[in-house]
Design a protein around this ligand. Sequence first.
Ligand code: BJ8
Length: 382
Amino acid sequence: MDRINDIFETLRENSKQGIIEVKEAKENGMNIVGTYCVYTPWEVIAAANAIPATLCSTSEATISEAEKHLPRNLCPLIKSSYGFGITDKCPYFSFSDLIVGETTCDGKKKMYEYLERIKPMHVMQLPQSNNRKEDLEMWKREVVYLKERLEKEFDIEITTEKLREQIKLRNEERKALKGFYELGKLVPPPIYGEEIQLVLNHAKFHFDKKSVSGQLREITEVIKEEYDQGQRRVESNRPRILITGCPIGGAVEKIIKIIEEENGVVVCYENCSGIKEQKQLIDENKDPIDAISEKYLDVGCSAMSPNDHRIEFLSELIDEYKVDGVIDVILQACHTYNVETFRMKEFVKGEKNVHYMSIETDYSQSDIGQLKTRISAFIEML
Ligand code: BJ8
């Protein structure tokens, strides 16, 4: 019996378990808060005794409905999110009592204005830079406004103790996730990028964080043990790829599939569907609101100007994961990430001396052939 295959098989079988968990929580009187972005302070929502649930945004299925209200030349992630809202096809959206969004890119913040017609929304005003003390002060006020809104909405007091408890809980999950990711540093890596994604999705859509942390540690342990005993699932001659850029769940997982079919292997995801959120723990010794504000503002998203945090983190990851090539995934009409490709290319090729390519795609499968040709040529060059 292959223990690692068994683990992945079970995760595939349980991929819809999150919906059942949220449904049961709702039936037991818990509130659900829908979220879209890694800037959302998870701990504040959880301290209000509510479940923060990531909303559906990665399928093409609802885009045509969204285009009845939104322009066609808008990022697919925004159209998909909105489409799921108006068609009521995302169970997490249906169960949500409140949606929390942030003013990241223009398309997202304008879409929230329409979403508010369907569900109660709380939009956090995100500073457009994260390197000045004024930015942190502004963001801290927003974190406090969110806390107050949740208290009012759910008639509950969010105490310092509750915040501390949630910080601890989520930090444990971050540590467990980090431990799992770091398997990708091994040469050759013990598992494929597609399998990494499977585990990440499991963590994202399971809401009992205590048990998720335990499962992650167990999965990491089994993979390490098998590796130490000589099991090699991934050939050592596969070029090691880091993915950066826009989030790549659901429909965009086509890129991971192509990379690995074309004989590469994804060892690290720098983007928001990957390690970006786990980069920094929340300081458990500080005032919880201060510590939460600092951690979340640190995220290196292209909505920030300048976005130096992305470069700094990318630099560390390229070295630590011994990366041969960086693939920067841009969702169509994502201007902020698209503009950053020039700086990324300069940095990755010029300063890190690592191969770089950017890919623009959407949620359709119509560009598969073209992506295959480009990715295969890139991997061959490595
Ligand atoms: S912190 S990356 S999850 S905003 S891809 S909708 S930026 S046009 S998703 Fe994101 Fe938060 Fe940033 Fe991460 Fe706009 Fe670009 Fe679309 Fe984007």
